[in-house]
Design a protein around this ligand. Structure first.
Ligand SMILES: [Fe+2]
Ligand SMILES: [Fe+2]
Length: 304
C-alpha cells in the first residue's frame, strides 16, 4: 500500500510578493523563481506521462502509487502557478517565458514514447533528494530574511519531493524492466532540463530589470553557480558584489556528498528508499500533522 499523502496547504502568494523574495541571498531567490517556472512545466509533463503509462502497469500497487504521486505533483504545480502569476503580473514579458517552458515539455511529450517519459521523470526525480537534503540541512541561511509566502511553499514542495522519492523509479521499473534504459537516457534528460532552466533564466534577464533581481542571472546559470562557489571558496568575491554566493555557507564536504549522491542516483541499481534524509523533513511532517500553520516559518520551525 502506498504511504503517500496528498496535501494542499493554502499559501498566501499574490501579486504583492516581490520578484526578489530573498534579498539576503538573491541567488537563492532567483533559483526559487526558476524552480517555479520549471516545476509547473515538468509537473504537467509528469501528470500526462504517468496517465499515458497507466495501461502498461502490471501491478495494482504501482497503479495506486502512481495515482497518489501525480496528485501530489498536481498540487505542487497549482501552488507554483500562483507564484508564476505574481511574477508575470509584475513583468508581463514573462508570459512568453512561461509559455515557452510549457511548450518545450508539450513538444517532448509529443516527440518521445512513454518509456522515455518515465525514464525522464525518474532521472530528474532522482536528483531531488540529494539536492533538497542539502537545502533543508542548511535551510536557515538560505531562507532567513526572505518572504515566507514563497519560502514556505518551497519548503513544502521539497519535503514532499523527498517523501515521494521512490515513486517515479517504481513506476519506471514496472513498465521498463531494463534498468540500464534510464541510465542510457540520463545525458539526454539532463541536457533537456538544463536547456529549459537556461531558457527561463534568459527570460528573467530580458524582462526583469537588474534593480529588481539584484544580481545578474549569470550567477545562477549552471556554470555560474559552479564558478560562484569556486570563487567564494578561494576568496575571490568578483561578480556578486556584496551578496554571498548561494551556497557559500555550506561546507565543501556537504557539497561533495551531495554531488556523489547525485551521481549514485543515476546508477541502474539506485534505490532511493535507502537514501539519507534531512532530519528537518520529519519536523515539517510533525508540524503539518499537529495542525500547525505550515504557511509561516514559525509554524514549521524553518529558521531554528
Ligand atoms: Fe513536485
Ligand atoms: Fe516529484
Amino acid at each position: 500500500m502506498s504511504q503517500l499523502t496528498v496535501r494542499s496547504p493554502k499559501f498566501h502568494i499574490d501579486e504583492t510578493v516581490p520578484f526578489q523574495w530573498q534579498p539576503a541571498n538573491p541567488s537563492f531567490g532567483l533559483f526559487g523563481n526558476v524552480f517555479t517556472f520549471l516545476a509547473i512545466a515538468f509537473e504537467r509533463y509528469i501528470v500526462s506521462a504517468t496517465r499515458q503509462a497507466e495501461p502498461y502497469f502490471t501491478n495494482p500497487v504501482v497503479a495506486e502509487e502512481a495515482d497518489l504521486f501525480v496528485r501530489q505533483e498536481a498540487q505542487h504545480a497549482r501552488a507554483h502557478r500562483a507564484h508564476a502569476k505574481a511574477m508575470i503580473a509584475g513583468y508581463p514579458g514573462l508570459e512568453g517565458t512561461y509559455a515557452a517552458a510549457n511548450a518545450a515539455y508539450d513538444e517532448l511529450l509529443e516527440r518521445e514514447d512513454v518509456e522515455f517519459h518515465l525514464a525522464y521523470v525518474a532521472c530528474l526525480e532522482a536528483t531531488f533528494t540529494p539536492l533538497f537534503k542539502m537545502v533543508l540541512d542548511h535551510r536557515r541561511q538560505l531562507f532567513e530574511g526572505s518572504d515566507e509566502r514563497v519560502g514556505t511553499m518551497l519548503l513544502w514542495h521539497f519535503v514532499e519531493e523527498i517523501e515521494h522519492r521512490s515513486s517515479a523509479l517504481v513506476i519506471h521499473h514496472d513498465v521498463t524492466p531494463d534498468r540500464s534504459y534510464r541510465v542510457r537516457k540520463a545525458p539526454k534528460v539532463l541536457e533537456h532540463v538544463s536547456r529549459i532552466y537556461k531558457l527561463v533564466l534568459a527570460g528573467f534577464e530580458e524582462h526583469v530589470p537588474i534593480e529588481d533581481r539584484l544580481i545578474s542571472t549569470q550567477l545562477v546559470s549552471p556554470s555560474g553557480l559552479y564558478l560562484s562557489e569556486l570563487r567564494n571558496r578561494i576568496g575571490l568575491r568578483g561578480g556578486f558584489g556584496n551578496y554571498p554566493s548561494m551556497l557559500g555557507h555550506v561546507p565543501g564536504r556537504d557539497l561533495g556528498t551531495m554531488l556523489w549522491r547525485e551521481t549514485k542516483g543515476q546508477m541502474p541499481r539506485h534505490d532511493p528508499a535507502h537514501e539519507p534524509l534531512p532530519a528537518w523533513a520529519e519536523r515539517w511532517h510533525e508540524a503539518f500533522n499537529s495542525g500547525a500553520d505550515v504557511t509561516t516559518y514559525e509554524g514549521v520551525g524553518a529558521l531554528t
